[in-house]
Design a protein around this ligand. Structure first.
Ligand code: NI
Length: 180
């Protein structure tokens, strides 16, 4: 049976709480959270989700880049569950690009993120994985990682003028205006 949960919206205090590490991946509780995250993300146009977004303050995220109406340019990848993730930047280089969030509907904003990162996480089989991410997928990871620290992407916006309504964002990306 699918387990689709309500997505916590901006203002919900749980989105501002640092999430707890998972200590027992095989427990029924952990497995239930993973299934609920997978089912909830699959029911949306999102490319990632973090457990605090379904009101579970645990360190689990899913990265699931795929082209969609929300992110037409997104690369296609197998959805990946990451438990207790961490990362470090491989260089200081950041780039600004558009983000949105299932917890903040109707808004898009330009956010600077590291272009190349080294990530570490435990997979659903309990294996520690270390890998490099770049570009849009690295961006999704940093966005979801923020959720585990009680942050949202708007916290990283440099200039309020980088915040758009989604309807204006779609007009903007369809236009011929050179994009910063
Ligand atoms: Ni988000």
């Amino acid at each position: 049976m699918t387990d689709i949960r309500e997505i916590a919206q901006l203002g919900n205090p749980l989105l501002r709480c640092p999430a707890e590490p998972i200590t027992d991946i095989d427990s029924p509780e952990s497995q239930t959270i993973i299934k609920a995250l997978q089912d909830t993300l699959a029911s949306t146009q999102g490319v990632g989700i973090a457990a605090p977004q379904i009101s579970v303050s645990k360190q689990i995220i899913i990265i699931a880049s795929r082209p969609s109406t929300r992110y037409p340019q997104a690369p296609l990848m197998t959805p990946t569950v990451m438990i207790n993730p961490s990362f470090k930047a491989l260089s200081d280089e950041k780039e600004k690009d558009w983000e949105g969030c299932l917890s903040i509907p109707g808004i898009r904003a330009l956010v600077p993120r590291y272009k190349n990162i080294l990530i570490t996480y435990t997979n659903t089989n309990g294996i520690l994985v270390e890998t490099c991410l770049e570009g849009f997928v690295a961006r999704i990871f940093q966005h979801e990682f923020d959720h585990l620290e009680g942050k949202v992407y708007l916290d990283n916006v440099i200039d309020n003028r980088d915040i758009f309504s989604e309807s204006e964002y779609f007009k903007f990306i369809a236009s011929d205006i050179p994009k910063a």
